[in-house]
Design a protein around this ligand. Sequence first.
Ligand code: ATP
Ligand code: MG
Length: 452
Amino acid sequence: MLGVAGPICPARAWRGSCSDAYRSSVTRVPGPFQTPRTATQARDRLRRATIPPEVLEVGRTLHDAGHESVLVGGAVRDCLRGAPHDDWDLATSARPEEVVGLFRRTIPTGIAHGTVTVMTGRGERRLAVEVTTFRGDGEYVDGRRPRSVRFLRDLGQDLARRDFTINAFAWDPFTERFTDGFGGLADLRDGLVRAVGDPTERFREDGLRAMRAVRFCAVMEFSLDPATCSAITEALGVLDKVSRERIRTELMKLLGARRPGYGLRPLAGTGLWSRVLMRLEEEQREAAIQHIDALRSDAVLRLARLLWPRRRDATELLSVVVALKLSRADQRRVTELTRPYIAALAEVGEPAELRRIVARLGAGQLPDALDVAEVGAAQRMVIAEACDGSALNAKDLAIGARDLIDRAGAEAGPRLGQTLRTLLAEVIEDPRRNTARYLLKRGQELIARSTD
Ligand code: ATP
Ligand code: MG
């Protein structure tokens, strides 16, 4: 990963948002890192930033050919926050055809929107650098992309089309000019996600911006500017035009953050929550958020916990999971971790019953299920003791299918599988039965009975 040296982002004062639920207390702990307060401090920070040489080389070629070439977007934002960033975007006054003409290897990735990918470096240092011509967006018609774009020579207008003030910085490493188009430095310092320009218009244009806003709140532990929050609520309908895959990507990034609560509260406060997930009572929602913040950073596990209060409504739950277009494996994991019977793990004390639940669940899933069902430490001990040394799977039995065929007169086929399942159930009931002697004898009985 290409990154910038330095401590991780500072914490800032909580500012609140448009809904009471969301306004609830999220406290910020002051960190050692200071976000630059002035353009001069920002310049100093960016001068010291570790920018990949391949990116600088591409920028230098554009600059030497007489074009403006600046770093933009998340990489500049994250350099200023002292956080690592993977993708480095260059914006330039050069037209796409001029960019193509300046480099040996280019890919016309999104040339209609002014993006050309320049391939640089060799071998392990081979890098694709995205170069986008300064542009202004035409009318938005489909709730996601402009119908047309105008290529511009002016950086200011290019920054005006960007989503949030903290994403509308530009850094020219060759002239060392730092541009903060819309007061992003102040918002970065105050921990605010604020739309550039008229927020209502910006969210009506592109429905994905709403999900990006709450994702940035989660990842950066920022709050949502109140006007931006209200504008998202006003434009909720546009979300229907955004592909479910894009929504899922943003939601999973949000859930993978250190403290997803920073994004989940504005997700609820804006009204996005009930469009993307299932409606929850406020109390259940707050309990889920607090629990998720304490869970390990596994987005799928956290999603299962979010859906857990609605576990009895399997059809609705499945429809959320399917609508999010999760991979098959993730769908299965969420579905399995939200099975209602898991709730008994938190209550039941009877060892055989606990073993039955764990066997049904699969021992591999147990740690996640204990997390989702919020099973306390004392009950975890009870479960561990109940399962200790006991067979929970046919593979753990003292005999196998081969033994039943060779020594108990069984025949290969579905009945053999059924016999093994019955033997396993009996061992789960009483683990002392897991001996070859008992199982062969009992197996013979079962086989004789089934062939009668
Ligand atoms: P990350 O890389 O962590 O997702 P990012 O801000 O870098 O964050 P990118 O998708 O890499 O996001 O986009 C780069 C920049 O392009 C953004 O910082 C922003 O300036 C602009 N941008 C991206 N998506 C949009 C959008 N939907 N509307 C307006 N501007 C956008
Ligand atoms: Mg980026």
